[in-house]
Design a binder for this molecule. Structure first.
Ligand SMILES: [Cu+2]
Length: 307
């Protein structure tokens, strides 16, 4: 990896506010300029923003019955069934308010994508969390990056079940935290990170460590909805009792990337990103960090407190 990147000159556009230059020099040697393309817009499909309330969920057939508000330029308010992904069907709950894209294909068949929880209380909680994080990142200025020995920032995000999760929920727990995105096509990047997190989960369990939480935050919140994260976890058979996949508003994710010293940017349709894996203690303090994809699950587990 070193020989690959030693001569690579970081493009100017990679300067990220809040990350000190000396950190950039640490990060660039491990920056793999790889990525994937944003999902291309299918020109023959039309997308309409839709809001409404889930009335019923048919998980086997992956159908949501939604009492939706008027869809501007398309149809008045009514209750109807929409096909959704397996992950969205798994996450959906009757009585829940959602916002989504109604996607119409050329035959006129519609489905819902990009489904987000839209209950007022959780919407406010998420928005307030993003504002507080924005303020915190701004106040820290050039010192936004959190080094080993510092506390993790407070955050409020959605998990793979669409629940609001505040970082305070993890106090008293040891946390393994990393960043991934579900569409990452590079086997030794995000897919490998997730496999290693699963190995940590198993090794920690075998070692009798009972207060571990694993947290993977998405790098790609525009695509990684709770339902997409749920499907990502389910396909891999991940035990989510102590393993959360988090997503939320793009500004909040951006601020977390700055504070955790992770670079992720869409460039010409490619999401290029670094990898960071952190161990956080029961008081919320970062006690270890690995950059890049070369780290051993057992090394982190060895540093965890036995409870
Ligand atoms: Cu990746």
């Amino acid at each position: 990896m070193e020989s690959q990147s030693r001569r690579r000159v970081p493009p100017r556009s990679f300067s990220i506010r809040g990350i000190p230059p000396r950190l950039l020099w640490v990060l660039f040697p491990i920056l793999l300029l790889l990525g994937c393309s944003r999902q291309p817009e299918v020109p023959s499909e039309k997308r309409y923003p839709l809001t409404g309330e889930v009335v019923a969920v048919d998980k086997p057939h992956k159908l949501l019955t939604v009492r939706h508000n008027a869809v501007e330029g398309l149809m008045p308010a009514m209750t109807m069934d929409f096909p959704v992904s397996a992950g969205d069907a798994a996450v959906a709950k009757p009585g829940e308010h959602i916002r989504a894209d109604l996607v119409l294909d050329p035959s006129g068949a519609g489905r819902l994508e990009n489904i987000w929880p839209d209950d007022e209380a959780s919407r406010i909680e998420i928005a307030n969390g993003a504002l507080a994080l924005r303020q915190d990142t701004h106040d820290r200025g050039d010192g936004a990056y959190r080094e080993v020995g510092e506390d993790i920032p407070d955050f409020t995000l959605y998990d793979q079940a669409g629940r609001v999760v505040q970082s305070g929920r993890f106090r008293g727990k040891q946390i393994m935290l990393n960043f991934i995105y579900t569409r990452c096509p590079i086997a030794n990047m995000c897919p490998a990170s997730t496999a290693k997190m699963m190995a940590v989960q198993q090794l920690a369990r075998d070692a009798g460590i009972k207060n571990l939480e694993l947290v993977s935050i998405t790098l790609d919140p525009a695509y990684d909805t709770p339902g997409v994260l749920k499907e990502y976890a389910d396909i891999r058979g991940i035990d989510t009792t102590n393993f959360s996949f988090l997503t939320g508003p793009e500004p909040a994710i951006r601020d977390l990337l700055v504070q955790f010293g992770v670079i992720a940017e869409f460039q010409g349709g490619l999401l290029k990103h670094t990898l960071a894996t952190l161990l956080v203690d029961e008081r919320g303090r970062i006690i270890d960090r690995a950059d890049g994809s070369v780290w051993e699950p057992a090394d982190f587990v060895a540093k965890m407190h036995k409870s």
